[in-house]
Design a protein around this ligand. Structure first.
Ligand SMILES: [Zn+2]
Length: 279
């Protein structure tokens, strides 16, 4: 599942590639990917003829602002992909659900094998009315400058395991299984430490690790795992998986102390860490 860095890579690509383009035509194969709308026609007429002004992001929702103060919003879900094509002749992968053709005949395509992703049009200024979870979204480490004092106040009030807290969207937006493990390794903290047990120094390390790990992941264009669907707007996989320090590296040696990395199971998930470097 794409996490914050992968969605941010796609947002930046989109902002460069489609901002300023006018949507000439829209095709949708069915209602599954545009399920918030009553009909294909309702979705298509809300988009056709409009120009994309800019591409922003709210958590893992990609927000393409249209003229007329509406927004074309995309969520990739488990396996959604947004792909650019020079024109309609470029062959498309299977599971193509929505196609936007711009006035220069280039296309933006929404492909989604597992169909948990979606696209919809809503008011730009009142997205929270449509997506209520956005009203309670936590800090966005790629978006806002977060002081470690503020972060410290937030964290010391929580008696929750660090891994659980990092993956809580109401605390920090967009962190999942991969980046929570990588962040905790970078911070030298165990996944099952409780947040309210951290010292001031540990809080500072954790706050720095969140920002640095996510920005590095964006720099290397996200993580594409063997069993995952994530590719960028041009169909290319990311490169950050080659830089993972602990995630999915059980039995391999710790890049810092060379001891064997371990895996722990908790609530149907795995967490990977070094028993020596993370305390
Ligand atoms: Zn180690």
């Amino acid at each position: 599942m794409p996490e914050l860095p992968e969605v941010e890579v796609i947002r930046r690509d989109l902002d460069r590639e489609v901002a300023g383009k006018k949507i000439k035509a829209v095709e949708a194969t069915g209602l599954r990917s545009i399920r918030r709308h009553k009909s294909k026609k309702a979705f298509i007429s809300a988009v056709e003829g409009h120009t994309i002004k800019s591409v922003t992001r709210r958590g893992k929702y990609i927000v393409m602002r249209l003229d007329g103060d509406t927004a074309l919003v995309a969520h990739l879900g488990m396996s959604g992909r947004l792909l650019r094509a020079k024109n309609a002749k470029v062959p498309s992968p299977k599971h193509l659900h929505v196609v936007f053709t711009f006035s220069d005949n280039s296309q933006l395509r929404f492909v989604d094998p597992r169909t948990f992703g979606e696209m919809f049009v809503t008011s730009y200024l009142e997205i929270e009315d449509e997506v209520t979870e956005l009203a309670h979204l936590g800090v966005d480490p790629l978006d806002e400058a977060m002081s470690w004092e503020t972060f410290g106040r937030l964290i010391t009030s929580r008696h929750t395991k660090l891994k659980t807290l990092l993956m809580d969207q109401k605390f920090v937006a967009g962190i999942g299984n991969i980046y929570s493990d990588e962040i905790l390794f970078a911070a030298g903290l165990r996944w099952d430490r409780t947040a309210d047990s951290l010292s001031a120094e540990e809080i500072r390390r954790l706050s720095r690790a969140i920002i640095e790990t996510l920005n590095e992941a964006v720099k290397y264009r996200g993580s594409s795992l063997a069993d995952e669907q994530y590719v960028d707007l041009f169909g290319q996989p990311g490169g950050f998986q080659d830089r993972h320090q602990v995630y999915d590296r059980e039995g391999k040696s710790c890049p810092r102390c060379y001891r064997t990395l371990v895996r722990a199971r908790y609530s149907n998930r795995s967490t990977f860490f070094c028993e020596a470097c993370q305390i």
